[in-house]
Design a protein around this ligand. Sequence first.
Ligand SMILES: NC(=O)c1ccc[n+]([C@@H]2O[C@H](COP(=O)([O-])OP(=O)(O)OC[C@H]3O[C@@H](n4cnc5c(N)ncnc54)[C@H](OP(=O)(O)O)[C@@H]3O)[C@@H](O)[C@H]2O)c1
Length: 265
Amino acid sequence: MKTALIGGGTMGEAILKSLIRKKLADKGEITVSDISAARRELLKKRYGVNVTDSNVEAIRGAEVILLAVKPGEMGQVLGQLSGQLKSQLIISIAAGVTLETITSKLNYRQVVRAMPNTPAQVGKGMTAWVTAKEVSKVNHDKARAILASLGEEHYFADEKYMDMATAISGSGPAYVFLVIEALIDAGVHIGLPRDVAQKLVLVTISGSAEAMQKMGKHPAELRNMVTSPGGTTAEALYKLEMGGLRSLMISAVEAAYNKAKGLGK
Ligand SMILES: NC(=O)c1ccc[n+]([C@@H]2O[C@H](COP(=O)([O-])OP(=O)(O)OC[C@H]3O[C@@H](n4cnc5c(N)ncnc54)[C@H](OP(=O)(O)O)[C@@H]3O)[C@@H](O)[C@H]2O)c1
């Protein structure tokens, strides 16, 4: 599948790696366009893909065009691509840049808007996506296969959910990393060696998530299983509730959601 990747930064590289790993595109079929010479050199060396500093050259002959530049650079990139499109699938991952903005600037409607997250770097991403209503079945299926290569994907029929997904799964890894860091520090505070604390925390977090997925139980039920009356866990949970963890989480996510909605305006 001949693919153009505009923007070979952190997320662009995650997509590039997944496309090659899942054999959706051969490295020779991928052209990465990036304004940074250092990024071009690195990606060429690391993955053997074609590189260019010209976005127009990158899309020549491409069936799929992935837009992975920062939202502030999207206007310029869309301007360069406008008038060059026939039946290609466009997938944008720029946060907050709406389908309406992309389709109107391109005057072209085979457009998908996606919100991946950084665990995509290791094939464990969660990507929310939406399409312009004119997107063909072929392009819809192609988009699903590409986004599934990053990990899990979830298609929304209504774009309004994209800002919510941004606040939960897009920004979510940062919340989880903060919790991980705090738990490791807590372990060190009570006397655990840091490397041991890190191992205990990481396995506990990934194990808890996997257990919930496999057991299909409500989190409160799973929490109750480790909370014996008057025990150590109950003591810690009481402190977390006293500190307002639950309402703090809600207001944090709401703040991210409001910010995401603002980006699209
Ligand atoms: N990181 C996340 O968690 C995440 C999650 C979901 C979606 N996103 C979205 O993904 C997009 C990319 O994010 P990122 O973290 O990968 O950013 P990034 O690392 O800064 O990558 C963007 C790359 O595009 C290059 N670039 C800038 N302007 C360009 C242009 N006109 N033509 C071609 N290349 C250009 C940049 O070069 P320079 O560095 O030289 O400017 C950089 O190498 C953003 O729109 C973001 O909203 C990010």
